[in-house]
Write a protein that binds this ligand. Structure first.
Ligand SMILES: *Cc1c(COP(=O)(O)O)cnc(C)c1O
Length: 378
């Protein structure tokens, strides 16, 4: 019988994706337990995890901050903030330059919340001056929503600069930091962030199962009565934790056990600075290697994050993405298709439990696969 990746002796393929991502063996092993969702030992872990998330953000509950965990993927967390924190007659300005900004607009459409979308091209950061004009022109806008690292391309948006504009107009500020939190330092107070959303399976290197929202306790308490749905009611979720330390409704128990271990490993690596440094080395190794093969990154380096990198398809008749993807998968490497609407690209993530040596191995495999396919790079 052929040794296949489904046999327990084989190694998992490496994920060069933006989440779920490759996790450490110890994070996976942490899930080999059953935990009672109401049990005091599990509740103590929930409490510990919530405090640790604030620590990663250089905040604390003593200073009035909360980290609220919510079942579901990252999208659920973003939608929960809109559903809970925008008043009934509120209006949201969304800054969009990729799929995740567009998804925010879609959520607001579903929630029947008034909104406008300020778009820039997918290779261009959000425009603080355009936002400034929009906020001055429309005083009914109550909140501004932005994506920090637009995972569609890997572009980094200027959240601090935009935050200064938002605060000068005294509006609420919602930041999707899904793919940047814990790997790129974010000063919530300095950027004027009221709600920051991230999830278990991105740069903290846990497994999927929940998102979390960081906000000021008083601000969320002031949203009483706004919630448009029950399961995504973030304020009710906070009250549940207040009352008995529990999630309302069944928690992702195994995911939380994995996350607890992932948080310890983040600390061991040197926190946000240590993790960010490894991801940066991964990214630099990737770009250097890919350029040697003849690839061009899609973004200008000035706006490129070290989280995920988009590369344009080779300009060759012999190149077909599906075949390229399959051949890399056969060699144990999973890359990510492009999501950019106007350009033919694929993406390679630098995040997860991967190291520069893994990136080197990926780049060599890409070189061999292109040879096999008869793709000549120019
Ligand atoms: C991953 C991600 C999300 C959430 O996606 P889910 O599939 O719901 O986890 C949202 N925004 C950004 C920028 C992301 O990278």
């Amino acid at each position: 019988m052929k040794l296949s990746a489904t046999l327990p002796t084989a190694r998992d393929k490496l994920l060069f994706t933006p989440g779920p991502l490759t996790t450490s063996l110890s994070v996976k092993q942490a899930m080999l337990h059953d935990a009672g969702s109401w049990h005091f030992e599990f509740n103590a872990k929930v409490k510990w995890v919530r405090e640790k998330i604030l620590e990663v953000a250089a905040l604390s509950s003593d200073a009035g901050w909360e980290a609220i965990l919510l079942q579901g993927s990252g999208t659920f967390g973003v939608e929960a903030v809109f559903a809970t924190c925008v008043p009934p007659n509120g209006k949201v300005a969304v800054l969009a330059n990729g799929a995740y900004g567009e998804r925010m607009a879609l959520m607001l459409q579903h929630l029947k919340i008034d909104h406008l979308v300020l778009r820039t091209p997918e290779n261009t950061p959000n425009d603080p001056a355009a936002l400034d004009r929009a906020l001055a022109a429309d005083t009914t806008i109550t909140h501004v929503a932005i994506v920090h690292c637009e995972t569609t391309t890997g572009l980094l948006n200027p959240i601090a600069e935009v935050g200064r504009v938002v605060k000068s107009h005294r509006r609420g500020y919602i930041v999707d930091a899904m793919s940047s939190f814990a790997a790129i330092p974010i000063d919530l107070a300095a950027a004027g962030i009221d709600y920051l959303i991230s999830s278990a399976n991105k740069c903290i290197e846990g497994v999927p199962g929940f998102s979390f929202v960081i906000c000021r306790r008083e601000a969320l308490l002031a949203c009483e009565g706004y919630a448009r749905c029950l399961s995504l009611d973030l304020l009710d979720q906070l009250k549940g934790f207040d009352k008995n330390g529990q999630f309302r409704y069944t928690p992702p128990t195994h995911s939380l056990l994995a996350f607890e271990q992932a948080m310890k490993e983040l600390e061991y690596e040197g926190g946000v600075a240590g993790r960010g440094a490894r991801y940066r080395r991964n990214h630099e190794t990737l770009v250097k290697g890919m350029k040697q093969l003849g690839f061009r990154p899609y973004l200008n380096p000035a706006v490129q994050s070290y989280i995920i990198t988009s590369f344009s398809y080779p300009d060759s008749e012999s190149f077909a993405f599906d075949a390229f993807y399959r051949r890399l998968s056969d060699r144990g490497f999973i890359i990510y298709p492009g999501k950019i609407s106007r350009a033919n690209t694929f993406r390679i993530g630098s995040i997860g439990r991967i190291f520069p040596s893994d990136i080197d191995a990926l780049v060599s495999a890409i070189g061999r696969v292109l040879n096999e396919m008869g793709v000549k790079m120019v």
